[in-house]
Design a protein around this ligand. Structure first.
Ligand code: PLP
Length: 394
């Protein structure tokens, strides 16, 4: 059978694949402890569900919406952003898509010509590089280190820059490391992007999930010039426990919105109308629900972090945000006699029934990602089984 070269070269999302593998084993009756999950383990809050039900019952969600989304939702996004970031946008500077993932996809399709370069600090969220490839762009990975707390510097960016550099992707808080950039770091990076006319895609999807006194700063709040150069990507999935609803959005210059609109209108038409009504309630309703979920994640992080640190050979930074731990297991792998992290991850699943995601999915070769978007019993049991697995190999 003939398939396009693009699709033949495309890897499946490694996080979704890891989750599917864990599920398949579970379906065979194995009691798998699944730490691959990239979504809150809470149901969508009732008030948001009710808003969706109302839009079904009164018929308003029966129809298509404009390609870039309902004006009411755009207004709710603008108001939320004004309150949270202190930054003003107009309705022609917003577009809504089927999750932040599709928003990013539509942006790369809109902004990249073949060979255009996109700088991606490593470790990075799995889909950036695949989506750049699908848009015929070229990934330029800039490695960050644990010693530098997985933060990219302007010096490193400058080394990676060429006259083809078009976009820098900045994800704070980061998936997978949980790093939150400071205002000072963001200002330096923002000014560098402005002077070199490079777009910043600021993936702020975890902006509301920041812990232990750390503060999220939006790069667009730092100067008008940086705001103009930046496309903010955000969504309701992580902060409002709404991954299944598929609503993401971007804030950027109106010229970009007009062009993206063509991509959306020819591919998905519009994000599901019922989900847009739910998102209006999420963004404009009572925000206490977000804070209570945030506190739960923070408590879990603080409870399990010492247990993670005590796993033999593991080196780990305490994450400042998101809901993942990125473990450097180079020494652990050596202790267990492994030189390939994915083999270690596969054996951990087969033998100890704990599912984690290989660091190879995020562009590093000695790490695994653990999600703490799951209950404490599962987490503590999983850590105990990881310890036993390591013991059995030494
Ligand atoms: N960006 C990052 C860093 C993510 O981790 C995710 C989800 O895992 C997304 C974007 C996409 O989120 P969604 O498509 O559910 O809005």
């Amino acid at each position: 059978m003939g398939f396009s070269k693009k699709v033949k070269n495309l890897k499946e999302s490694a996080t979704l694949q890891a989750a599917a593998k864990a599920k398949a084993l579970k379906n065979k009756g194995v009691d798998v402890l699944n730490l691959t999950i990239g979504e809150p383990d809470f149901s969508t809050p009732k008030s948001i569900q009710q808003a969706a039900i109302k839009s079904i019952e009164d018929g308003s969600s029966s129809f298509y919406t404009p390609a870039t989304g309902l004006i009411e939702l755009k207004k709710a996004i603008i108001e939320r952003t004004r309150i949270d970031y202190g930054v003003e946008y107009q309705t022609n500077e917003v577009f809504i898509g089927n999750g932040a993932k599709y928003v990013l996809y539509a942006l790369f399709q809109t902004l990249l010509n073949p060979g255009d370069e996109v700088i991606i600090p490593t470790p990075y969220w799995v889909s950036y590089s695949a989506q750049v490839e699908l848009a015929d762009g070229k990934n330029v990975f800039v490695e960050t280190t644990q010693e530098n707390h997985y933060r990219v510097t302007v010096e490193e960016l400058e080394k990676a820059r060429t006259d083809k550099t078009r976009i820098l992707i900045l994800n704070t808080p980061s998936n997978p490391t949980g790093t939150v950039y400071t205002a000072k770091e963001l200002l330096e990076i923002g000014n560098w992007a402005v002077s070199n006319n490079i777009y910043i895609i600021a993936d702020d999807i975890y902006a509301k999930l920041v812990y232990n006194g750390n503060v999220f700063t939006s790069i667009v709040s730092l100067s008008d010039a940086i705001k103009k150069q930046t496309i903010v990507v955000n969504g309701v999935s992580k902060a409002y426990a709404m991954t299944g609803w598929r609503i993401g959005y971007a804030l950027c210059q109106s010229e970009i919105v007009s062009q993206v609109s063509k991509v959306i209108s020819q591919s998905t038409s519009n994000p599901a109308t019922v989900s847009q009504y739910a998102a209006i309630e999420a963004l404009s309703g009572n925000q206490d629900i977000v804070e209570s979920m945030r506190q739960t994640f923070e408590q879990r992080l603080n409870d399990i972090f010492p247990l993670i640190q005590a796993i033999p050979g593991v080196k780990v930074e305490k994450p400042q945000g998101a809901f993942y731990l990125y473990l450097n297991i180079k020494d652990t792998m050596a202790m267990c006699g492994y030189d390939n992290v994915t083999n270690w991850v596969n054996d951990l699943l087969e033998e100890a029934h704990v599912a984690v995601v290989t660091g190879e999915a995020f562009g590093t070769s000695h790490h695994v990602r653990i999600s703490y978007a799951t209950d404490m019993d599962t987490l503590t049991q999983a850590i105990s089984q990881i310890n036993k697995f390591i013991d059995s190999k030494r």
